[in-house]
Design a protein around this ligand. Structure first.
Ligand code: RTP
Ligand code: MG
Length: 156
């Protein structure tokens, strides 16, 4: 492996309201797959917060059900650190639609804990840029700091 492949990356993950009851199993999978949890917060999204977080989907046919869903209960927001974290977390969560995930990726988190295309248990950033924006959305007050072997992230 070259030097670049060893560089740690961060991603933003969220356990959605339908899967918060399974947070223990999801944290176990996160740990077993070699991610470090660098920030974590159990919180609730307001209507304004949800609309801001999912701004890119405004106007899409699933936007209103998505707003209803993500404001229906608490969410667990997480910043995860690993080599290639964005792609590896997307791989672990599986396809967007939990029903399809049960066919294509039965061990994925969406297959295990989600229901359908809307109620799909977990979120994962789709790029490093989205990860930075989404982490800043949920963890705006964190001071950044550098730690050996990890990307710039929050100080505890
Ligand atoms: P996410 O952003 O939550 O990780 O999911 P994703 O990239 O796989 O899917 P995206 O296209 O970004 O959609 C965001 C969330 O909207 C809901 N959705 N419902 N009913 C539908 O056809 C539909 N499509 C998307 C899901 O909750 C999805 O995670
Ligand atoms: Mg997305």
């Amino acid at each position: 492996r070259n030097r670049l492949s060893l560089v740690k990356q961060r991603t933003f993950a969220m356990v959605k309201p339908d899967a918060v009851a399974h947070m223990g199993e999801i944290l176990k999978a996160i740990q077993d797959h070699g991610f470090t949890v660098s920030r974590m917060k159990l919180t609730r999204l307001s209507e304004e917060g949800a609309a801001g977080f999912y701004e890119e989907h405004k106007g899409k046919h699933f936007f209103d059900p998505l707003m209803q869903f993500v404001t229906s209960g608490p969410v667990l927001a997480l910043e995860l650190v690993a080599e290639n974290a964005v792609a590896r977390w997307r791989e672990l969560i599986g396809p967007t639609d939990s029903a399809k995930a049960r066919e294509a990726a039965p061990d994925s988190l969406r297959a295990r804990f989600g229901t359908n295309a809307t109620l799909n248990a977990v979120h994962g950033s789709d790029s490093a840029e989205a990860a930075a924006r989404e982490a800043a959305f949920f963890f705006p007050d964190s001071r950044s700091c550098r730690r050996p072997g990890l990307p710039t992230t929050a100080c505890f």
